[in-house]
Design a binder for this molecule. Structure first.
Ligand code: GUN
Length: 297
């Protein structure tokens, strides 16, 4: 048996089309253009690539993109003042501060300074609390992308056993919460979990978000399970060439799973698509307009 491949690239393209259509409608009906501000502190090369890609896709969806690049030695005071200004700016509906921040800056303090209604990352403590209590919130983009793909593939997730490997605030914890809100029975596994193989073997849905290349082998996967691979790891492949791999061993997992996301082309493209969707959602809520059901959690 070979698993169905969940094509995140194609799915993300459809989400972006829906976002663009919604944006066009908002412009035509209300003369409102959603705006996303991205703040990058320092020169981390991977972050620079992400920020460029976010800006490009924001504009392609018909929205306004505001990029703010600050030096690596920017003080907390200056960064917080910039966030205050963006919070007060009516043209800005979404604010994203690219992580990780340089070590002299307090990430929690910075994230919690963003107005919760503009927190398109869903990292603000208010949004974490709202999601945790099943209330309307801004939802972190990567877990939202995983959820939308799972719902699209399965329809209802109710009653399924889900194992999330990884307990980060950005992916693992919100992912578990979203699956619980969709009535899955959820286990969060992590580096201290005992008998991880057996825990994973009980799962109908496996979400791997640990950042360890190919750590989940096929013999941990229940026959027919859905495997969502959040990992993006660069390893040395044949001939010394760099190769992108996920957190699951694709070949062996695909031979037992019912469905699997590839790396690249699975979860990755969904993250920015969901960021665009969250920006539209934030803009609708701020302006009291109806939201799209297509990309809500
Ligand atoms: N760095 C890596 N992933 C993310 C993300 O989803 N949001 C932000 N703000 N920074 C990141």
């Amino acid at each position: 048996m070979s698993a169905d491949v969940i094509d995140g690239k194609a799915f993300a393209g459809r989400v972006r089309e829906k976002v663009a259509a919604h944006v066009a409608q908002m412009k035509a009906d209300h003369n409102i253009t959603p705006g996303l501000a991205v703040v990058l502190v320092g020169e981390d090369p991977a972050s620079q690539v992400y920020v460029r890609s976010k800006g490009k896709q924001t504009v392609e969806a018909g929205m306004n993109s505001y990029e703010h690049k600050l030096d690596a030695d920017t003080s907390e005071e200056v960064l917080l003042a910039m966030i205050d200004k963006l919070n007060a700016d009516p043209a800005v509906h979404g604010i994203l501060v690219q992580l990780p921040l340089p070590s002299h800056l307090d990430e929690d303090l910075v994230i919690n300074r963003i107005a919760p209604e503009k927190d398109v990352d869903g990292f603000h403590i208010s949004n974490v609390g709202l999601l945790g209590t099943g209330q309307k919130s801004m939802v972190p983009c990567t877990p939202l992308g995983c959820l939308l793909m799972l719902r699209d593939y399965h329809g209802s997730l109710s009653g399924m056993n889900a194992v999330v490997i990884g307990r980060s605030n950005i992916v693992g914890k919100p992912m578990a919460q979203l699956l619980l809100n969709d009535s899955c029975t959820v286990t969060i596994a992590h580096s201290r979990t005992k008998n991880l193989a057996d825990v994973v073997r009980g799962a109908d849905i496996v979400v791997a978000a640990v950042g360890r290349p190919e750590m989940v082998p096929g013999d941990w996967i229940k026959k027919g399970a859905s495997v969502i691979d959040v990992g993006i790891n660069r390893i040395e492949g044949e001939g010394g060439k760099t190769k992108l791999v996920g957190d699951v061993d694709y070949e062996s997992c695909a031979s037992v799973a019912g469905a699997i996301t590839p790396v690249p082309g699975g979860v990755g493209p969904m993250t920015i698509a969901c960021l665009l969707a969250n920006t539209v959602t934030a803009c609708c809520r701020i302006n009291g307009l109806p939201e799209s059901e297509d990309f809500s959690s």
